[in-house]
Design a protein around this ligand. Structure first.
Ligand code: MG
Length: 204
């Protein structure tokens, strides 16, 4: 069971540049509610009146056993599985919230805004060298590699665990590379991480 989905924002330099944001000195951490999670093949549903919804392909880390305050060198021992995640975001609402000093809960937490692939065992996979790709209607939009993260998976797990208990089954999404773009009704979004999995979701 997923008790929480912890997400990292602004973790790839070229994505930060495309959003005109500043380089972070510490990870930007936020939650998506577990109720936003859908599976491979499910529809991403954009509510009436919500504009400029965008895709964000991300590597997801799945916590295998409860942990708190673990070191960076121990961190990957607590990650049992990996998955492909799409941090679907209502960008206009997110920016309006940021400008008003509010949180991103609604912009990123709507039902169906968290497509999550089948899990694959993390054993033997180098999380620091994985190719991420995202296609809309077959057209390549995002292409990146986890080696370009500002904060590595090990650092992120250790950092978050300093402040909150991570439960078995919790998901940590590690940020998206550049190339975000709008998705609209009728589009088909395909996110791929080679060696981890694939996620195909139509937009309704
Ligand atoms: Mg994201």
């Amino acid at each position: 069971m997923i008790s929480k989905v912890v997400c990292i924002g602004w973790n790839y330099k070229r994505h930060i540049a495309e959003l005109n944001s500043e380089l972070p000195t510490e990870p930007t951490v936020f939650f998506k509610p577990p109720s936003c999670i859908i599976s491979d093949g499910d529809n991403i549903v954009i509510p009436e009146g919500v504009t400029n919804v965008q895709h964000e392909v991300e590597l997801a880390l799945v916590i295998g056993k409860r942990c708190r305050n673990i070191s960076e060198s121990q961190a990957m021992d607590y990650v049992s599985h990996l998955a492909v995640f799409n941090d679907v975001t209502a960008r206009d609402m997110q920016h309006a919230a940021r400008d008003a000093g509010n949180t991103w809960c609604l912009a990123k937490g709507m039902d169906t805004f968290g497509p999550l692939s089948e899990y694959v065992s993390a054993d033997g996979i180098d999380v620091n060298n994985l190719d991420l790709e995202l296609y809309v209607n077959g057209e390549l939009k995002q292409k990146g590699n986890t080696r370009d993260m500002i904060f590595t998976p090990s650092f992120i797990v250790s950092y978050v665990s300093k402040y909150m208990t991570l439960e078995e089954g919790d998901v940590i999404a590690t940020g998206t590379p550049e190339g975000i773009s709008e998705i609209r009704k009728g589009d088909v979004v395909r996110a791929v991480i080679k060696g981890v999995g694939e996620l195909i979701n139509p937009v309704l």
